[in-house]
Design a protein around this ligand. Structure first.
Ligand SMILES: Cc1cc2nc3c(=O)[nH]c(=O)nc-3n(C[C@H](O)[C@H](O)[C@H](O)COP(=O)(O)OP(=O)(O)OC[C@H]3O[C@@H](n4cnc5c(N)ncnc54)[C@H](O)[C@@H]3O)c2cc1C
Length: 506
């Protein structure tokens, strides 16, 4: 057995190199924190799984300098068609539905395997190596850190010492189990299938095509290449559980989509769970991504939420390790992310329960609401904007957090164009910044300069007002783009700066 005591040189151990672990690694690398990252698998994921990348994720990727690369590998979701009995009943136009709300006013369609490859590529360029075929077996916490027992590629055991462990090891998380953290919730009764197929026949040409009927629903998404589709949906009623094959669901798929399946490249069935960990932090161990929360695929929120967890935790860990803040900042990770995950699980649960139910209400939702009401509602100008705000995660806000001081604090900094650029340009350094829209007082300027925090002044205008910004108020923006302090009182601002941002000269 080898024992490693390199807590000083590698203070963080990331367990799991799925999207959440990879993203945390990119953040820590950017913030100058060294770490080890292990994964039990021999290579990255090869299936598409999450295909939606939301605006808030891209905004955070912009701070990491990888947004454009990510976008170049995907495509903007343009439209979703809804069909029934071979007839198109309606179409939802997406495109730039969030214009004016985000520098990325669209939904990016990007299969998870490609998404992970882009993250890996940037890590590789930064010289980071993923330790593969390396499985976490158990964890022990002590006063000044954590010891993780791992089993390496040659069945060799190692005890890794780290100041902090980040559990990004998915829904069956060993990190979570080792800490005895509860994962309460449930599993939906219905089973789902997902498959990549080749097919003949003509289906609507939406980027996503939903086929709804009273008894079932099925989704077909065209894949790159000739006549290739991802099809997914409810395992039809009457099909026996157990060792399901594509042939068990094929009649329902063909009946719904009117496709003729010629080849099945990949088929899997899965159960959908809705669970949230009771704690996202246990002393020096943190849970992120699916290790902390799992829920239905409604709105494509799962992976994006894990990526948001990584952005939230990384700078807090970094500032603790650098000694530039009150260590109590680490409590705010649970406060902020568990609150959001719980709300998300509840809201996706309500919609999903209805859409998949075999009850009368479920039948009405699939056979009437989805094909007839939704396309009409989506034509009302405020509905697509509402849907964008809700789904893109730009509305995530932490008003109850210990880190939020002042009326309106805790929100994401509202985005606004400023001449040839925008106010997010200043966030690209991933450090605290101060913004004032209107006039900044001399006292505020002095506080900013004494704290080595850049102060950005923007002219007040109707345009700025429409974005929801408050005139002459100080926006003290955290490294993850959320507003920590919002107000006009220099005394209050000074206290906030003393507590959370010990001066760090760059
Ligand atoms: C069919 C399907 C469709 C989906 N669609 C969407 C969607 O449209 N939108 C969306 O946002 N989400 C979607 N999801 C969810 C999304 O795939 C997950 O939320 C995402 O993969 C979670 O990322 P993660 O990094 O937290 O966990 P994972 O991707 O599960 O990664 C965990 C990693 O930890 C490693 N690991 C596990 N245990 C250990 C251990 N003991 N030691 C070392 N390593 C370990 C694993 O090998 C793995 O690489 C979908 C999921 C499925 C299955």
């Amino acid at each position: 057995m080898q024992s490693s005591t390199d807590a000083q040189s590698k203070p963080v151990l990331i367990v799991g190199a799925g999207p959440t672990g990879l993203c945390l690694a990119l953040w820590l690398n950017r913030l100058g924190i060294s770490f080890r990252i292990i994964d039990q698998a021999s290579g990255p994921g090869t299936t598409s799984r999450a295909i939606i990348c939301h605006a808030r994720t891209l905004e955070m990727y912009q701070s990491l300098g990888i947004a454009e690369d990510m976008i170049s590998h995907g495509s903007k979701l343009q439209n979703v068609t809804i069909a029934q009995q071979g007839q198109i009943r309606g179409s939802l136009k997406f495109g730039n539905i969030g214009t004016g709300l985000s520098p990325f006013p669209f939904i990016l369609s990007l299969p998870q395997d490609i998404h992970e490859r882009v993250l890996l590529d940037h890590l590789q360029r930064a010289g980071v190596t993923i330790e593969r075929n390396t499985t976490l077996e158990s964890l022990k916490q002590h006063d000044d850190g954590v010891t993780a027992r791992v089993c390496g590629p040659h069945s060799d055991h190692e005890d890794i010492s780290a100041s902090y462990v980040a559990g990004c090891d998915g829904a069956r998380s060993t990190v979570r189990k080792s800490c005895g953290i509860k994962f309460e919730g449930g599993t939906y009764e219905q089973k789902f299938f997902v498959s990549d197929v080749n097919a003949t026949g003509h289906i609507p040409t939406g980027d996503v095509n939903i086929f709804a009927s009273g008894r079932n629903f099925c989704i077909a998404i065209p894949l790159p290449g000739e006549k290739r589709y991802r099809v997914l949906g409810l395992v039809p009623e009457g099909v026996k559980d157990g060792d399901l094959k594509f042939s068990d669901v094929q009649p329902a798929v063909e009946d719904n989509t009117r496709l003729g399946i010629t080849a099945v490249n990949w088929f899997s069935t899965y159960s959908v769970h809705h669970r949230v960990a009771s704690q996202f932090r246990e002393h020096n161990v943190f849970l992120l991504g699916d290790a902390a929360h799992v829920h239905s695929p409604v709105g494509g929120q799962g992976m994006n939420t894990g990526l948001g967890d990584a952005a939230n935790l990384a700078w807090k860990l970094a500032s603790c390790l650098k000694g530039t803040t009150d260590p109590k900042i680490l409590d705010t990770y649970h406060q902020e992310r568990a609150a959001f995950a719980t709300e998300l699980v509840n809201s996706t649960d309500r919609i999903f329960t209805l859409v998949q139910a075999r009850s009368f209400l479920g039948t009405v939702a699939r056979s009437f609401m989805l094909p007839y009401v939704l396309p009409i509602a989506f034509k009302l100008p405020w509905i697509p904007t509402f849907a964008f705000k809700k789904n893109s995660q730009i509305q995530i806000s932490y008003p109850q957090s210990d880190l939020s001081t002042g009326n309106g604090a805790g929100c994401r900094l509202p985005w606004v164009e400023t001449g040839e650029s925008d106010n997010y340009k200043s966030l690209e350094d991933s450090r605290w910044v101060m913004h004032v829209y209107g006039e900044a007082s001399d006292e505020v300027a002095t506080l900013a300069s004494e704290s080595y925090i850049p102060l950005h002044r923007y002219a007040w205008s109707d345009h700025v007002s429409k974005a929801g910004l408050v005139r002459d108020s100080v926006y003290l923006v955290r490294p993850d783009g959320y507003v920590g302090y919002l107000g006009t009182d220099p005394g209050e601002l000074g206290d906030y700066l003393k507590r959370w941002t010990v001066p760090e000269q760059k």
